[in-house]
Design a protein around this ligand. Sequence first.
Ligand code: CMC
Length: 445
Amino acid sequence: MSDSTATASRTEGAATTGDSLTIRDNRTGQSYDVPISQGTVKAADLGKIRAGDDQPGIAVYDPGFVNTASCKSAVTFIDGEKGILEYRGYPIEQLAEKSSFLEVTYLLIHGELPTREQYESWVHEITYHTFVHENVRNFMEGFRYDAHPMGMLMASVAALSTFYPESRNISDADNRHMQIVRLIAKMPTLGAWSFRHAQGKPYVYPDNDLSYTANFLAMLFRMSEKKFEADERLVKALDVLFILHADHEQNCSTNAVRSVGSSQVDPYSATAAGIAALYGPLHGGANEAVLRMLRRIGSVDKVPEFIEGVKNGKERLMGFGHRVYKNYDPRATIIKKACDDVFEVTGVNPLLQIAQELEKIALEDEYFVQRKLYPNVDFYSGLIYEALSFPPEMFTVLFAIGRTPGWLAQWLELVQDKEQKIARPKQIYTGDRTLDFVPASERWK
Ligand code: CMC
């Protein structure tokens, strides 16, 4: 074999700046220069490395995409080591404190903060698309009496694609805008109706005099009142929770939206795919698990024993640890503050004391310190949701409402990105080959 150097691929400047990776293929003795751009190499460049002309190119085996960038995105920045989360460059702490969920949705979708006129027009558009076609209501009423609200939400969002067939025209910017407005606007209506359904309560129509989040609370909890006006502190706390969940770059559900959206399907179907991904316990279900854990511990004096169980590997401290955040989850700090505001109105959730004791002990304990385990967004959010009278099945629905603008901002980026292609990963085939088929009539003799 020769020991020559071949160029797998060249991009501008790569050879001169030295931003490249030299790979030596020991099967052939050949070396390749692969350009590095923004800390990545192109998988297609690796694909040019072959053991022979009739051999497949090198591919990357990466279950769960733990080290694979699937897109370029300007929506959300995360630095897990430093505990930084920014939407379109704005720190989450500032957005949670000084902005509103609808302003954040504008920011995520449009890429910049709105002027006063833009904001007013955005709020007007969203507010006046909160109603759904009456047939959607009839459709939802057909679910079993105890249907999981997340299943109802997913199916209803998918069904919206049949009400807006023009949504398939994803190359038209105005059309895309219309569907984005509809999705953000109708999500609370569908979420609230899914909740009312399981309780056997009549569905409540939107009240367009109210803000986005206040209207959602009214559709959830209004009974015979002429006007339902939730406590402003609760409205603010839920609005903050929506902001905290609005995007988190390429997580499982966002990846599902992008992957399904890459087939150029309408955004309702792509969003329904995101909801399906979020439905799974590994993604949207951790806050429910935190509540179950706190109930199982039962009282503050049982905390040390529980922590010992965690350290011995018998238990997992739910709501602690994160794949990305290794110092702290900035959302957890904000949620803790929202907890105080909510409990001021609803009275303290007795499980809070247990949670605080767990946090105190864990943050001082060598086991957790060494492994960089800190409270994540789910450690306190379940306590707030419970204090707001939500049953655990609703927690993921709330997450889905908050995450919708993020999914749509990412979908919008995808459909306008010329480098994107239909998602189609490779596989490593491990099955049989070239077997001779024997018809059933002969096999079953
Ligand atoms: N309790 C006890 N030990 C833990 C925990 C925990 N919650 N999390 C991680 N560890 C230990 C783990 O056993 C391992 O120890 P060792 O090195 O001795 O084997 C070490 O810490 C590294 O853990 P890992 O499993 O390699 O970390 P990961 O990045 O793969 O997992 C995680 C991240 C979030 C799945 C995990 O921390 C976990 O299961 N946490 C509890 C569930 C939870 O709260 N999930 C919600 C995450 S936030 C949701 C969102 O952002 O959308």
